[in-house]
Design a protein around this ligand. Structure first.
Ligand code: IMP
Ligand code: MG
Length: 175
């Protein structure tokens, strides 16, 4: 079956919202030493855009976690394929992820980071699918609340496809 790409958030809408998020983050962390911790691979594009809009000094680091296989449903099993390259002890950590879905990935990551005694941990996601949440999760910065649809583009993939789309879209079956 062929899949049709249906736009949900266009480039201009994303750009404007990312600018607002970066302004809030800059205000909140002014004068503090913050590490942006991007969750690969999905947060790649979002992270790069946020970094270029921040008005404050910041470090960046990445983790690689996986909760999905090639499908669209969470396996619930999170694995840590690569951790931060530096320690987050005594630092302000801002996790940057593309989407909070069930929330299991971010819960796993924050629990893990807490053991390293950072000064604090906040979470920034571009997209929030509240309807899918299976664990309580506090989100400090949210780009957009979106419906329970599997989306691609702006770094998000389905089976490693469509990450390079400059906008966010959902896929619809076409016969
Ligand atoms: P969670 O643990 O269920 O919150 O899943 C989070 C991870 O699942 C994200 O970082 C994405 O990699 C992936 N994911 C969840 N929803 C989507 C989606 O709609 N499109 C692409 N990837 C998604
Ligand atoms: Mg994926």
């Amino acid at each position: 079956m062929k899949q049709k790409i249906v736009p949900l958030l266009d480039e201009e809408t994303i750009r404007a919202r990312v600018r607002e998020l970066a302004a809030s983050i800059s205000d909140d962390y002014r004068g503090k030493e913050v590490v942006l911790l991007g969750v690969l691979k999905g947060a790649l594009v979002f992270m790069a855009d946020i970094m270029r809009l921040l008005e404050i000094d910041h470090q960046c680091d990445f983790v690689r976690l996986s909760s999905y296989g090639d499908g669209t449903d969470s396996s619930g099993r999170i694995s840590f394929s690569s951790g931060p390259s530096g320690s987050v002890r005594d630092k302000h950590v801002l996790i940057v992820d593309c989407v909070a879905d069930t929330g299991l990935t971010l819960e796993f990551l924050t629990n893990h980071l807490r053991q390293e005694n950072p000064l604090d941990i906040r979470v920034c996601v571009l997209l929030n699918k509240q309807a899918r949440r299976s664990t309580p999760l506090h989100l400090d910065y949210v780009g957009f609340d979106i419906p329970n649809r599997f989306v691609v583009g702006y770094g998000l993939d389905m089976a490693e496809k469509h990450r390079g789309l400059p906008y966010i879209a959902y896929l619809e079956e076409e016969d």
